[in-house]
Design a protein around this ligand. Sequence first.
Ligand code: SAM
Length: 297
Amino acid sequence: MSNSPEIGSRTRTRAIMEKYGIRTKKSFGQNFLTDLNVLKNIVEAADITANDNVIEIGPGIGALTEQLAQAAGEVLALEIDQDLIPVLKEVLSPYDNVKVINQDVLQANLPELIKKEFKDPSRPIKVVANLPYYITSPILMNLLASPVEWATICVMMQKEVAQRLTAKPGTKQYGALTLAIEYQMQAKIAFDVSRKVFVPSPNVDSAIVVLTPRTNPLPVQPFDKQKLFGFIRGCFAHRRKSLWNNLQSVIGKDPAVKEKMTAVLAQLDISPQIRPEKLTLEQFIELANALHRQNLL
Ligand code: SAM
């Protein structure tokens, strides 16, 4: 380690930005974290040990990367902004367990990168990131769709999105995103982060969400995962309307279809007048499966 203050300190961040003439890019969602306590708490919430391989999405100027390098076995950081690559190479040069590559995470073949870039790909793989807010959901959906078995996904996001990820049925934050996460993971908010600790300061507060694989398997499996989530999104298209109205938009209004839908709902003991946000994931799966059996999905 060099004698300079750590990258995440305000003074060092300012010095790095000045030295390399860095102007943050809004188009890449660049808000750099400048609070060492918060950075260290993120590493702790992610439970990073020397036996872990970490993938960091969007290292920026390396504030979180440096903390990860001190705790993890190896760190692979994917940064879309090529202007930051030479900066990262230089500021992270004291750490020989970090690799930085110029890569859009949404275009990345993660299983291949893991095989190619980590010396020991068999170690637990954890994702840690201060996510670019404009693509939080697509990044999460990509991570979950990937065949990689993530040991932990510990990510900072806009507080309002964090609340959607961890919402309970019947609340206004509960929706298709909550259910997509719940299908595979357990989500909890580790702590909130004030907008004031970023450069530049965004106009929303943030929260750290920790996702870990489900420990309890789902009691029912969907007939088709992709179709299930297409169906769920359709059911939430008009949140203020009843499940029945949403089902009519998704499936159809034909009298024969309506008759079958009525029978399916009665059989599952689900009121047609219920709002979609009252249904649990298990109920959505049962409903989709039953509609599929009637050739309606
Ligand atoms: N990790 C740094 C920190 O905490 O200070 C920077 C976080 S900043 C909110 C988000 C970072 O993600 C930026 O460095 C941005 O360039 C990068 N980024 C944005 N879109 C990306 C993408 N599609 N793939 C990889 N990195 C991306």
